[in-house]
Design a protein around this ligand. Sequence first.
Ligand SMILES: [Ca+2]
Length: 297
Amino acid sequence: MLSVQMPKSALAHLAAALALLSATAALAKDPSLDSWKLVWHDEFTAKKLDSTKWNVLLREQSKHDELQYYLPDEVYTEDGCLRLRSRIRNYGSQQYTSGRVSTDGRFAPTYGRFEIRAKLPGGKGMWPAHWLYPQNRNWEMEYIMAEAVTNGKERMIPEYRPWYSEIDIMEFLGHERSTVYGTLHYHTFDGLKKSSSVTWKTTNDYSADFHLYALEWEPDALRWYLDNDLIHTTTNGVPHTPHYLILNTAIGGRWPGNPDSTTTFPQYHDIDYVRIYQRPTYFGQPAETRSPSSRRD
Ligand SMILES: [Ca+2]
C-alpha cells in the first residue's frame, strides 16, 4: 500500500475540509433548510370550479372608481384553466361585468411561495391582478391607530400593531402589454404608509401567452419572480399574519383609465394553475397550513 507523507498542517486542513463536506451534505439532506413543500394547489382540470377552495364574488361596487360588476357567471373552468371573463354588459348600475375569486376563509397562509401561471386580458382599461390580503384585518384598531398618529399620540398605540398590509404579486394594465407590476403595501411601526414596488418592462406581450408570476414570502424578505427571473426583493415591512389570495380582473378606474374604442370584449384572464408552497418549518415550528377559520391571531 502506497504511503503518502503529508505535513501535519495539510492533514488538519484535509480533516477540516472533510468535516465541512459532511456538514454540507447533512444540511442538504435537511428539507427544512432548502426546500419548498407544496401545501395547496388547484390545476383547474375539473369541469367546475372547486367550491371548497374558492369564493366567487358577487359585488356591484368597487374602490378606485372601477366600472365592473363582479358576477359568478363570469367565473368558470375551461380547457384546464380558471377563466375570468370580462364583458360589456348592463348589470345593476354598471356597464361591465367581470370575475373575482378568493381563498378568503378557506386558505390563508403566513409565508410561502405562490405560483400563478396565467394569460392576462389586454386593452385599455383592463386591470388583472393576483394579490394577498390580510385574513384577520382589524379595521377598528387600524382606525384608532390612524387617529392616534394623526393627533401626535402615536406613542399611545400598544406594541401590537395590526396595520394593514397587502402584497400585489402581479398587477397589469392592459394598455401596457409588456409591463408587469409587483408591490408590497405596508405601514411602519409608527404608522407611516409605505410601499415597495417594481415596474418590470420587457418585450413580451403578457396578454398573448401564459407566464409564471411568483412570489416568495419569507419571514425576512419578499421576492417577486417573473418566469423564474427574480425581478424584485424587499426586506422592509414583511407581514407576519395570514393573508388570503385574490385573483381578479378590474375594469377601468383611476389607475388604468377606462376602456376606450380600442378595447375589445370579451376579455379573458386565464389561470392555468395556482400552486402554493411553504417551508416545512418556520422558527422551528411546522408551517401553519390550517384553514384560517380555525385560527385566531
Ligand atoms: Ca391547468
